[in-house]
Design a protein around this ligand. Structure first.
Ligand code: AMP
Ligand code: MG
Length: 506
């Protein structure tokens, strides 16, 4: 059975008495809560790989436990307090408004994993919202968490998806027409769910002692290799968060992932992807793409992400100021962030071309060309591995990457020239396709694919979730040109709800 260890609860200050009602919680890292029972829990999907972390097998009992209807011995549910900068502005206290941690499990490999339910009812941090999550957003989080893992990108994990049997009222299009939708709970796993905003809240309130307690806690248990917490260690800690975040952002950019809500409360201190909301993936390579319909200023669009992460890190650095003497080392880490991001990004992008890193303008020229006509990023890079020679026309392997049937002559000329330069540079290299196929996914959880699974699930065909998960387990495998999982976004999905852009309603 699960081996619970209440390290967070016993190490950090918190509200130990369970009290109902939304409120401001001062000087505490968490509030003890109880999940709110639901009517008819039903297990919809299960991730065997995530279950392996906890060393558990699927069983009928999990539906009730992983929806919050039944607690196991050792579980001490709590909701964490945190704040955050949202869309560039300090938003004050946010906290786990619909997430709650059931407990921390230590497995036989002595790894510590927090087990968290998302959508299990209100907490002191729910403000005016209901603490619930709808099926569609839960399917999205479940599938994308596991997809990220299989793509090799740091992420929180998803263990299970459980339908609640209760309806949830949501205004999906933010147009004043709320409707009832099926509710669900996702079980998420992460060594810790501490966010930048978890430290910011205490700095913002001048609660320096708690700030230090939580920082020391994070360092001692998740950055232990940096040595005991203390002045030098705080600089090293910030530097490492910057480095991890830089590498995460390079990973997002290489696969065309757009988080959609990069507020500081949605940035993991571990440098993992966290809080899957209105995320999306580039279908056409479009630098200004944002999946989030609320983000009118394009603050969180694809190309802004590396800069936004640096801005968010600067807010984290400010939160650490009360613990350090000088700003300079923190500023240096922020500069180093950008250098690491750029280096990591370039390494990935050249690998996508099957070439060693170089200063040659070849890469930049391609990225520019990809913006000239609607070109599917995933299909283009994946199929580029097959291009061995060029004639008069765009090679047939690349045709499926284009969204328009007729390509302008000047574009064809320019792409032909580019391919000529590319093939000269790669020369005879039999290993190139295999190398490229290891880094260019043939499958990412594009919004239109996930939306089809959601539509089926809402009609009661829940098997589609695990069917897609099975495909997502093999993001780099060879797929036939007509494989339905390996298609650019079809025309019908261009502006269909959920298939390209989404609201934050979830
Ligand atoms: P998000 O945009 O999902 O990262 O959420 C921002 C904040 O709003 C977090 O504090 C969430 O816990 C809270 N929140 C979002 N949706 C709900 C909900 N349905 N009920 C309670 N709190 C919510
Ligand atoms: Mg969030």
């Amino acid at each position: 059975m699960l081996n619970f260890d209440d390290l967070w609860v016993r190490s950090l200050p918190g509200e130990v008495e369970v009290k109902a009602g939304s409120r401001q919680v001062y000087g505490q890292c968490y509030s003890r809560v109880q999940p709110t029972p639901v009517r008819a829990p039903k297990l919809l999907a299960w991730s065997a790989e995530a279950a392996e972390i906890l060393e558990i097998k699927p069983h009928d009992q999990w539906a009730e436990i992983l929806v919050g209807n039944r607690l196991l011995d050792g579980m001490q549910p709590y909701a964490a307090c945190y704040g955050g900068h949202q869309f560039g502005h300090w938003a004050g206290q946010l906290g786990d408004g619909r997430a709650l941690t059931l407990g921390e499990v230590v497995n036989s490999r002595r790894q510590r994993w927090e087990v968290q339910l998302k959508g299990a009812g209100p907490t002191p941090y729910s403000r005016r919202a209901d603490g619930r999550a709808v099926l569609r957003s839960s399917v999205r989080e479940f599938l994308c968490s596991e997809a990220m893992f299989h793509l090799g990108i740091p992420t929180t994990r998803a263990l299970a998806l459980v339908a609640t049997g209760d309806a949830v009222l949501r205004d999906m299009f933010y147009d004043g027409n709320p409707d009832h939708e099926p509710g669900a709970v996702v079980t998420r796993l992460s060594p810790t769910f501490v966010r930048f905003g978890s430290l910011e809240i205490f700095a913002s309130r001048g609660e320096t002692q708690v700030l230090q307690q939580l920082t020391d806690y994070v360092i001692s248990h998740y950055f232990a290799h940096l040595g005991p917490p203390g002045l030098d260690c705080y600089y090293a800690f910030f530097d490492e968060v910057c480095q991890r975040t830089a590498r995460l952002l390079a990973d997002w950019m290489r696969v065309g992932f757009v988080h959609g809500v990069m507020n500081t409360d949605n940035m993991s201190i571990l440098g993992s992807t966290i809080d899957y909301g209105p995320y999306g993936w580039l279908d056409p390579y479009e630098l200004q793409f944002t999946p989030n319909t609320t983000d009118r200023s394009l603050r969180y669009c694809y190309q802004q992400q590396p800069r936004v992460a640096q801005w968010n890190l600067a807010r984290l650095g400010e939160a650490l100021l009360p613990l350090v003497k000088e700003e300079k080392p923190l500023e240096e880490s922020l500069d180093r962030y950008l250098r690491t991001f750029e280096e990591s990004y370039r390494t990935h992008m050249w690998a996508k071309l099957g070439l060693p890193v170089s200063e040659d303008p070849l890469l930049g020229d391609l990225l520019h060309l990809l913006t000239q006509v609607e070109t599917d990023m995933t299909v283009f890079f994946r199929n580029l591995a097959q291009v061995q020679e060029i004639g008069e026309e765009i090679p047939s392997a690349l045709r499926p990457a284009y969204y328009q049937p007729d390509l302008p002559q000047p574009y064809q000329q320019a792409m032909g020239d580019w391919l000529g330069r590319y093939l000269t540079m790669v020369g005879h290299d039999a290993g190139r396709p295999r190398r490229m196929n290891c880094v260019n996914p043939s499958l990412i959880p594009r919004n239109y694919l996930v939306q089809q699974v959601i539509d089926r699930a809402q009609r009661g065909e829940v098997g589609g979730v695990e069917e897609m998960l099975e495909e997502l387990r093999h993001p780099y495998k060879d797929r036939e040109p007509d494989d339905p999982w390996f298609q650019k976004r079809p025309e019908w999905a261009r502006s269909a709800p959920g298939c390209s852009a989404l609201s934050c309603s979830s």
